[in-house]
Design a protein around this ligand. Structure first.
Ligand SMILES: *[C@@H]1O[C@H](CO)[C@@H](O)[C@H](O)[C@H]1NC(C)=O
Length: 325
């Protein structure tokens, strides 16, 4: 009997500790910002000689316009840290979370700490598409429609993390005569299919007087796997064939590629507004910390920032042994 009591007490103490630890971790995480929405920061007053900058306070009962200064989706919210109403706005370049497909998004965080509250009736507390740790109130709605290919690029976190702007169209790419689907994964046993560069067609009519760039980026190893620049169009199709010279020769994926595991590949077609010089192109081939976003913004004189068409796929250096949950 004594032994039984001892074990019960021990068990209770352990559970209690785990709970406190979890709570402390949540509070720590949230206290990075005064704002309840993790993608927001507090708007600050201008610092003066006498007083440093501090969060702008507001009154939730006032008219929305008079509440907070204009900002990036500024909102008057109760701060759990300062225990006052303060003005919050989206962080610069913040990725605003959205609910999963076929759910309406209410930009109200839920779950985690109790003060973040529960969702209104008809809404469920679900992880956002962009960040599993950010939970939002979501309302199921089967009739919602989505713009493609943007929706798939966002859902797979390609846009805006790897590619700042969604392509206007899906790029149809075939490897060895087989059309790939957006997001398809080729595992170690299927790498042979990717041994030759893809053959592409886009649903868009290309202009014969313009030049085009095709780029294939391994976003995981941050390298350019293939690039063909200054491609002319003929009868609305790219003039690209076996003899076309590449700026970066196609690098077929290999089981030895580093890092081991899944690599995300982005294949995009850009319209040029100018001609690439030989010097620019050799610089790309030498870059071993390549970022598509940086490249696009650094070459805004030569390529349009929005790809005309793009697709993405993955390859793995290992056998795909993930289990379907
Ligand atoms: C679902 O979304 C559509 C389109 O936004 C809207 O018209 C409709 O009222 C919504 N249905 C429900 C049940 O909220």
């Amino acid at each position: 009997m004594k032994i039984f009591v001892f074990f019960t007490v021990l068990f209770w103490v352990t559970v209690e500790n785990a709970g406190a630890l979890k709570y402390r971790r949540l509070v720590n995480k949230w206290s990075h910002s005064d704002c309840v929405r993790p993608w927001q920061i507090s708007m600050m007053t201008k610092p003066t000689l006498r007083v440093p900058a501090r969060p702008i306070e507001c009154n939730p009962d006032e008219e929305k316009d008079e509440n907070c200064p204009a900002g990036r989706n500024s909102i008057c919210q109760y701060s759990l840290k300062t225990l006052r109403y303060i003005c919050c706005e989206d962080k610069k370049d913040a990725e605003i979370p959205t609910c999963p497909k076929y759910h309406e998004t209410l930009l109200l965080t839920c779950g985690g700490i109790s003060a973040a509250g529960q969702c209104p009736r008809g809404f469920r507390c679900l992880s956002s598409v962009q960040d599993d740790t950010v939970k939002l109130c979501c309302k199921p709605n089967r009739t919602l429609t989505y713009k493609e290919p943007e929706s798939t690029f966002r859902e797979n976190r390609i846009v805006p993390r790897l590619l700042p702007i969604s392509p206007a169209h899906e790029l149809t790419a075939s490897f060895q005569g087989e059309k790939i689907t957006m997001g398809q994964l080729f595992d170690a046993q299927n790498l042979e299919q990717l041994s030759e560069p893809p053959v592409m067609s886009s649903a868009v009519e290309l202009h014969d007087e313009k030049l085009y760039t095709i780029i294939l980026v391994d976003s995981t190893s941050k390298t350019v796997s293939w690039m063909v620049a200054n491609i002319a169009a003929f009868d609305g199709q790219l003039e690209i064939h076996r003899r076309t010279k590449s700026a970066v020769t196609y690098q077929a994926p290999d089981v030895e590629d580093q890092p081991a595991g899944i690599h995300t590949m982005v294949l995009a077609l850009f319209q040029q507004s100018d001609t690439w010089s030989q010097r620019d192109l050799s610089r790309i081939a030498a870059d071993d910390e390549f970022s598509l976003a940086t490249w696009i913004s650094a070459n805004s004189e030569i390529i349009e920032p929005q790809p005309i068409a793009a697709t993405f796929y993955g390859f793995s250096t290992k056998k795909d042994d993930r289990r379907f949950l």
